[in-house]
Ligand binder design. Sequence first.
Ligand code: OAD
Length: 263
Amino acid sequence: MIPATLITHLQAARRIVVLTGAGVSAESGVPTFREAQTGLWTRYRPEDLATPEAFLRNPKLIWDWYSWRKKLVTEVQPNPGHYALAEIENYIATFTLVTQNVDGLHQRAGSHNVLELHGNILRTKCFDEGTLVAKGDENGSVPPRCPRCGGLLRPDVVWFGELLPSDVLRQAMQAAQTCDTFFSVGTSALVQPAAALPWLALEHGAVVVEVNPQATPLTDHAAYVLPGPSGVVLPELVRAVWGKNSPSTDENHHPGRSEANHS
Ligand code: OAD
């Protein structure tokens, strides 16, 4: 299933960037955003729950919704896809994991060099000051209040209409421009500016690999498409490329979609 030419390429790769999206956590039980039936944004409207305006209109509703999601992510476990990415970091000289996910599952699986583009739902910050707050002044108020200024506390995630943390985005862009291999894993590749990263990598000559059971706007431009769940595909990739007994690659090579885009 992993094309032989991709295995050879990865065995010599020095600088790898992986961009992940909600799909990588789907097998842990964290809902994605845009998938029919199960996606959060098919059940809720982002403008009602994920904008500063929505928070100011109804801070309790937004706090409660994020508390529900926060509880959900603390109760699930990283899946084999997260662990495979943590393992690849050990084999590659310069490895950068750029994630749009706010669930912290990559770090729990052991990844170290993680750039969180959209923040982290487990952290809390003051709405007014923007400073991180370890523990809010509960005092029965929902949301709790900032212990310093008394302002409302909010999750440290990026809402629609807000800027991404500029230093994190800068590092992600720099990594995308200088990598030899760029993986886009479990993301619909629709939300900017994250969605621009694989294109940046393409422009700078990287080999782009997509891991996703569904096609995205990137699919036709990727050198390799591995169309399956990341919790299955990524461990298989690690075994094929870095495993002690790599399976004979030609036997596992399926011509067709997985290599159809390789130029
Ligand atoms: P989406 O919900 O837009 O896309 C999830 C992608 O994961 C889809 O392309 C699925 O086909 C794919 N997928 C599902 N299960 C998978 C699996 N087991 N393995 C691999 N892929 C799988 O989520 P994102 O692309 O992450 O932003 O969305 C980007 C941003 O939009 C999010 O970070 C969030 C959202 O609004 C903010 O909250 C700021």
